[in-house]
Write a protein that binds this ligand. Structure first.
Ligand code: F6R
Length: 256
């Protein structure tokens, strides 16, 4: 695992988008996995800036989102599909329809989830996955206690996650859906490269478990310890509970 700790959010975002730019230059039809929420926003701003500067072209690429709420009507302002279009896809030149999200509205959610998993596979798998992390250690919406090998499926959200996300629903937890469709940990682990972004003290405990804890379903992100190509992009507060953070800083500065 590579760990880049910086108090400069632009440097972290630029590192992530350098990776996407290099990937698309080598493989224009690459598949990119997207997270919603606040953590990747600087990355999406940087992607839009580079597109406008003519440096990056998404016209042949495809995108798959990690997750979607169940029960919000299509087009609702808090659906993750709408979020990703407003904050990323519509700001660059993805062909309409090529950035997809799991379907949280279909009658047979399990069949919809299986079809989404199959679509990722048919597209050739995810080349570059962008992740955030929940304060309870979830990645996508894989909450504590789930299988470390799970596929895309319906998942119940924890009260903690609903509380954390109530800020997008006028602070009213009762309006936050109770369930979601999410890529599984097994799905995420098949991505060829993973970048995880975390900011703020609220993420520090989850980051400490991810990097230095035991692999366990209690902290789902710990499964990433088994992935060969993960980079964490952390601000100082998110890195503040890492015991060996001075070593990680040194290792980053002296990476081969
Ligand atoms: C979103 C997702 C979640 C978020 C996580 C952090 O698609 O999969 O795992 O990345 O809840 O959310 P923020 O970035 O809003 O703190």
């Amino acid at each position: 695992m590579e760990i880049f700790i910086s108090s400069n959010p632009d440097a972290l975002a630029q590192y992530a988008v350098d990776g996407i730019e290099e990937l698309l230059a080598a493989k224009p039809e690459a598949v990119i996995g997207f997270a919603t929420g606040s953590s990747p926003m600087a990355v999406y701003d940087e992607m839009a800036a580079r597109y406008e500067a003519g440096r990056i072209d998404f016209s042949k690429a495809k995108g798959f989102q990690l997750d979607e709420y169940v029960g919000l009507p299509a087009g609702h302002e808090q659906t993750y599909l709408r979020f990703i279009h407003e904050n990323m896809a519509d700001r660059v030149n993805f062909v309409p329809g090529t950035v997809r999200a799991p379907d949280g509205t279909c009658e047979d959610l399990a069949a919809g989830a299986a079809a989404y998993e199959a679509a990722i596979e048919q597209a050739g798998g995810v080349d570059f996955q962008i992740l955030g992390i929940g304060s309870n250690g979830h990645i996508a919406f894989n909450e504590p206690g789930g299988s470390l090998a799970s596929a895309t499926r319906v998942e119940a959200l924890t009260e903690q996650t609903r509380q954390d996300n109530a800020r997008f629903f006028d602070g009213d937890i009762t309006r936050v859906p109770t369930h979601c469709v999410t890529q599984g940990l097994g799905t995420i682990m098949r991505a060829r490269r993973i970048i995880l972004l975390a900011q703020g003290e609220g993420k520090a405990e989850a980051i400490a478990h991810l990097v230095e804890g035991s692999v366990s379903a209690r902290w789902p992100a710990t499964i990433l310890q088994h992935h060969p190509r993960v980079t964490l992009l952390l601000d100082e507060a998110a890195a503040s509970k890492l015991e060996l953070r001075d070593h990680y800083r040194w290792a980053w500065e002296n990476r081969g």
